[in-house]
Design a protein around this ligand. Structure first.
Ligand code: GLA
Length: 387
């Protein structure tokens, strides 16, 4: 399967650039099991990699030129000079791969140019990290081709910088680290303060369960402004409470912290979400480690309520997925990713999957929402070289 994909991407590269690529690499999208909007608060997250991935055929160049092409976007090859790369100069898809080259060079790595052809199966605008997959696949290819010797977490940091500074989106570190560091059959328990990691076995099929991803097809419109506002609100909370980041507020000290925030109602809601969400991640980890997989369902539901009521980033379509899935017998469900649209996840017994999927599809039709895209997600490998 991945050999066939590598072959297709390599032959398209040869047609475009007139020579075989030096290699072909892949990096996945992700879903987050639990730990939402905690990553820019130095907190905990627990994503796993999807089977959907960005694939890049890449050759190195020595002349300071970067050529980029995507199978998924109309248009020909874009040619850029490395010396001209400048933050926020590009509003198109090329900002992601170009931003990675910019970030590597800015950090002092000798990248002298490249020809790149990309093709991705990660749905874009669905909250499944299509951008991080593009960034990481290019970073990994350049890391190999220029023998930079960078580890997965270091590539993730550079890609986050590319997205924060070059693209101009104030995202955290979860998506890039998930794409770079996840392992098949595992969820990644990540401490976003120091990027320490623990791979947690997560093989639902072996226990007779499934995890569905429901892409509502609602593109996260205006989300970047709202995302930035939530992030700024969390930073205000940390400053008012005199800590470096909200991660430093212990769960046991939450009530006292909320009392200290007085009439800052909005900040209080944001703080409550982040501190309780960190606790939920820790609870899910200990449930999974003690073999109580089904018991994570209610924790996912609590997480959704917190994102809907305290963080206020859900939307009617996401709430409908969660409510319908639970009524149809799901073990748990929640929105996943940045919010304001995108996808929800549903944890279900294998035997209930068809009935739940049907109930969600029917509920969307009744509400006159577009038909959602439902698929099963199995924890898949992180970024790697294909050929
Ligand atoms: C987006 C961002 C991540 C993270 C999530 C919310 O996916 O890219 O850094 O903040 O939203 O958990």
């Amino acid at each position: 399967m991945s050999e066939a994909v590598a072959q297709t991407v390599a032959s398209r590269f040869s047609e475009l650039y007139g020579a075989e690529p030096d290699g072909v690499w892949a990096a996945p999208g992700r879903v987050n099991l639990i730990g939402e909007h905690t990553d820019y608060n130095d907190g905990f997250v627990m994503p796993f990699a999807l089977p959907h991935q960005a694939v890049a055929a890449v050759s190195r160049r020595a002349d300071g030129v970067l050529r980029l092409h995507s199978a998924d976007v109309e248009g020909g090859v874009s040619e850029l000079r490395l010396d001209d790369l400048a933050p926020e100069s590009d509003k198109g898809w090329t900002a992601y791969p170009a931003g990675v080259v910019w970030a590597l060079r800015e950090a002092g790595h000798a990248v002298t140019g490249a020809d790149v052809h990309l093709a991705s199966t990660v749905p874009s605008g669905a909250g499944l990290s299509s951008s991080a997959a593009l960034e990481i696949v290019v970073a990994l290819a350049l890391n190999d081709l220029f023998s930079l010797g960078l580890r997965g977490w270091q590539l993730a940091r550079l890609c986050q910088r590319a997205e924060n500074v070059y693209v101009g989106a104030p995202v955290g570190i979860m998506d890039q680290t998930a794409s770079a560091c996840c392992e098949a059959g595992h969820a990644l328990f990540l401490d976003t303060r120091d990027l320490s990691q623990k791979q947690i076995p997560f093989d639902l099929a072996a226990e007779g369960m499934r995890l569905l991803v429901v892409d509502t097809q609602v593109k996260h419109a205006h989300s970047e402004g709202e995302y930035g506002k939530r992030r700024a609100g969390c930073e205000k909370g940390a400053a008012l409470l005199g800590v470096d980041a909200l991660r430093d507020i212990p769960y046991a000290g939450l009530d006292e912290a909320l009392a200290r925030l007085g009439d800052e109602e909005e900040v209080r809601r944001l703080v409550r979400h982040v501190v309780t969400e960190d606790e939920r991640v820790e609870r899910v980890v200990s449930l999974l480690e003690s073999g109580q997989t089904r018991a994570i369902g209610p924790v996912l539901v609590e997480g959704h309520a917190s994102l809907r009521d305290d963080f206020r980033i859900s939307c009617p379509e996401l709430d409908l997925v969660v409510d319908t899935a639970l009524t149809a017998g799901a073990l748990g469900a929640r929105m996943t990713g940045g919010g304001f649209g995108g996808s929800a996840i549903v944890l279900a017994e294998e035997a209930d999957v068809d009935a739940i999927t049907k109930a969600i599809t029917e509920a969307f039709a009744t509400a006159n929402f577009p038909t959602p895209r439902v698929f099963e997600a199995t924890p898949s490998p992180g970024a790697h070289r294909l050929t």
